[in-house]
Design a protein around this ligand. Structure first.
Ligand code: GAL
Length: 502
């Protein structure tokens, strides 16, 4: 009996246990289902959110990436040579648009250097020009004076939440310095006009027609120093003064006014709490070919000049510095008669170079390097070597900052052929990330005015990274496919509203 009666109990228990197990299973399954559904919903939501953010981003960037054509006609060149000279030397080829651009008496020149009454003026608020960049116009500071920050660069100072723009103060008289040997102005014009070899010999200079010499003998201003401007909005700039001064009396000093100080750049050292400035230091003939270093406790200076040297015992002319996300910093400079670029890591205090140096773009004759990083890839814009005369920019990319560096092609978009082949009549100096707008940057360039260097203009234009490059990589089987780097021509543009937060 007992056995008989036990069995159903066991059975009942088993049934109970089985049904309990299956109930638990069902509960678990349901829970899993709910989780899967939730997870899916989360994914869908995230995708929607991503698409929304992406769309907002696209519409914002779309503004910057509008392709603006330039209708630009040059009137037939006037012959500036007298008929006897023409009979003696034969007819010479007419001046190019670039020659006209450089010639202060030409209407083309006037077109590219509009008068001061057209200036970007932060004091003139209340009109629809506020926050608009007008590439090539005079740009006034908050005191109403033209900004003097040529060959410059911008840093964002976390402590003061302020941008600082450093550059050459060229507010002095432009004069023709004695030009021999390595002068790159003459060299550049020669290369362009006559296809002469890269290394200038004074023999070539002697062969130059008079009017060409007029245009390209070395034009310089005495060293005034490095100016600093501060801004919260990247448009309204307050003059913080000359933070590193030229030397008036001591003729043996690197900064003696008769020498050359170009392309100053500043980075902040998180370890030492110092602001460190690197610059190109040279003599009038560009034969010293060195870098100089200065240091300050404050972004607004004063900077104390430390020393100059030839990095890695190599010539160094156009240069820049770059601070990576991991705090390591690098010096990039044109070397070996400007025929190649070098990149060298700085010491931890940023006051010197280490021995870690690589050569790149060998025999490419590039200068005016401006390095930036996006999405783990390093990019660089460079110019050709034609002195104050504009030439074609190139974009380069690398997965490691020390290289190898690959050339992507001309980044300039819009304008017209001549605009694109002359970097919109300017030369690169710096690329500044636009905070909150990933993949978008401000390309900073100088439109040099060799006849009146203090009146050289600034071109700030949007630069974006994205899409496929025009030219296939040289060794595409070894290198990743790079994104295209594009610099968009705009006569007038501004940063999208809320650029800091977007
Ligand atoms: C350019 C250089 C400028 C300045 C100029 C003088 O090639 O980029 O910074 O040195 O030559 O001719």
């Amino acid at each position: 009996m007992g056995g008989r009666s036990r069995q159903p109990k066991v059975l009942a228990f088993r049934c109970y246990a089985a049904s309990h197990r299956s109930l638990t299973m069902v509960v678990w399954c349901l829970a899993a289902l709910v989780m899967v559904v939730n997870f899916h919903l989360l994914l869908v939501h995230k995708e929607d959110e991503d698409t929304r953010v992406h769309e907002i981003h696209r519409s914002i960037v779309g503004e910057l990436e509008k392709v603006e054509e330039e209708k630009f006609r040059v009137s037939p060149p006037r012959s500036r040579r007298n008929p006897r000279a023409v009979r003696r030397k034969g007819e010479q080829k007419p001046p190019s648009v670039v020659d006209e651009f450089l010639d202060e008496s030409s209407s083309v020149h006037a077109m590219f250097f509009p008068e001061r009454k057209m200036a970007i003026d932060p004091k003139n608020d209340g009109n629809d020009s506020v926050y608009f960049y007008y590439p090539g116009r005079v740009w006034l500071d908050t005191a109403g004076n033209p900004i003097q920050a040529h060959g410059g660069g911008v840093i964002y100072d976390e402590k003061s939440e302020t941008y600082f723009w450093y550059g050459e103060n060229k507010d002095g008289k432009t004069y023709k310095a004695h030009s021999k040997g390595a002068d790159r102005c003459v060299q550049g014009a020669l290369m362009r006009a006559y296809n002469f070899p890269a290394v200038l010999d004074s023999v070539y200079e002697a062969q130059l027609p008079g009017d060409m010499l007029q245009v390209c003998s070395v034009r310089k201003v005495d060293i005034v120093g490095v100016s600093c401007y501060s801004s919260k909005d990247l448009w309204t700039w307050r003059n913080e003064g000359v933070v590193l001064r030229g030397e008036e009396k001591n003729a043996t000093h690197d900064l003696h006014k008769s020498n050359v100080l170009e392309r100053p750049k500043v980075i902040y050292n998180d370890r030492t709490g110092k602001y460190v400035m690197w610059m190109h230091i040279d003599d009038t003939n560009y034969t010293k070919a060195s870098v100089g270093v200065a240091i300050s406790n404050s972004p607004t200076g004063p900077f104390s000049y430390l020393y100059s040297k030839r990095p890695h015992d190599c010539e160094s002319r156009d240069m820049t510095i770059f601070k990576d996300d991991n705090g390591k910093a690098y010096l990039i400079y044109s070397s070996e008669d400007n025929s190649e670029l070098h990149i060298g890591q700085l010491t931890d205090d940023y006051l010197d170079v280490t021995n870690n140096m690589r050569r790149f773009l060998i025999a490419q004759h590039r200068e005016a390097p401006a390095l930036f990083k996006y999405d783990g890839t390093y990019y660089m814009i460079t110019s050709g070597c034609t002195g104050w005369a504009p030439n074609t920019a190139l974009a380069h990319a690398a997965t490691s900052v020390m290289g190898p560096w690959e050339t992507l092609g001309n980044p300039c978009v819009g304008g017209n052929d001549i605009f694109r082949s002359t970097t919109f009549f300017s030369q690169s100096t710096f690329v500044l990330p636009i905070p909150g707008l990933s993949g978008s940057f401000i390309f900073m360039a100088d439109r040099w005015n060799p006849s009146e260097l203090r009146d050289s203009r600034y071109l700030w234009l949007p630069l974006t990274v994205g899409g496929l490059p025009d030219e296939a990589a040289d060794y595409s089987f070894m290198f990743p496919l790079w994104s295209r780097v594009s610099i968009y021509w705009h006569r007038r543009w501004r940063l999208p509203e809320g650029w800091r937060e977007s």
